[in-house]
Design a protein around this ligand. Structure first.
Ligand code: SAH
Length: 222
């Protein structure tokens, strides 16, 4: 893994592009300027890592577009030391952004192969405050609940009850909801029984699916 001046330069330009597109949270922008996105992509996409686009990461999944990562992270209003649950580890990029912002990250992935490679990468980057789990995220992570913040990076047809339940009072849940196109929904838990919900914009995500996909026995993950 090598982060060159060229990469840094391209990253600065990407950050300027995110600003032009309306991202204003300096803490989000700083974390994304700091984090080499090309580490999270296949070598074949290295040249394109700082374009504002999603890319395939295997198993028909994608690393989200930088604008989407920035938009969701901004909505989440993460504070240092917040306990954050992410559903959909994928490449591990979003988890790393949250960890760099000082959150205690718990990230869940249903593909074992993706879980393994993200875990390995986050460890190699020394991100001790990001913990990876191979699970069906629709059930959340009850043994670590409640969470101050929850973010889903796959499009759900409805908001899993378990996620609302595992949100601390005063906590924020950001989740794309919808079948073909998703509304980015922000849900704030205002009391034990009350939630305020708002839709903030349209996005397109890979689907939020149930169950898990174990890696093939005897096969090493890509
Ligand atoms: N945050 C990721 C984006 C990955 S795409 C990144 O920064 O790269 C969304 C991911 O959600 C996919 O890897 C998909 O396998 C995963 N996913 C979908 N449904 C899930 C579920 N129920 N539990 C856990 N992960 C899920």
């Amino acid at each position: 893994m090598k982060d060159t001046y060229r990469h840094k330069g391209m990253r600065r330009q990407l950050i300027e592009e995110l600003r032009r597109k309306g991202i204003t949270d300096e803490r989000v922008l700083q974390a994304m300027e700091h984090l080499p996105r090309h580490y999270f992509l296949d070598k074949a996409f290295e040249e394109h890592a700082y374009e504002d686009k999603p890319f395939p990461i295997g198993h028909e999944q994608t690393i989200s577009q930088p604008y989407t990562v920035a938009f969701q992270t901004e909505l989440l209003r993460v504070r240092k030391r917040d306990k954050v649950l992410e559903i959909g580890t994928g490449s591990g990029y979003q988890a790393a952004v949250l960890a760099l912002m000082g959150a205690r990250v718990f990230t869940v992935e249903r593909y074992e192969a993706l879980y393994r490679s993200a875990k390995e990468l986050l460890e190699a980057l020394g991100m001790k405050n990001a913990r990876c789990f191979f699970r069906d995220g629709s059930k959340g992570l009850p043994e670590f609940a409640p969470f101050d913040r929850i973010i889903a990076t796959a499009g759900a047809t409805e908001v899993p009850e378990a996620l609302k339940k595992q949100l601390a009072v005063g906590g924020i849940l950001v989740i794309p909801v919808g079948a073909e196109v998703q509304d980015m929904r922000r849900i704030v838990r205002t009391s034990e029984t009350e939630f305020i919900e708002e839709d903030t914009g349209s996005f397109r995500f890979v689907p939020f699916l149930g169950g898990t996909e174990p890696a093939m026995p005897g096969k090493t993950p890509p």
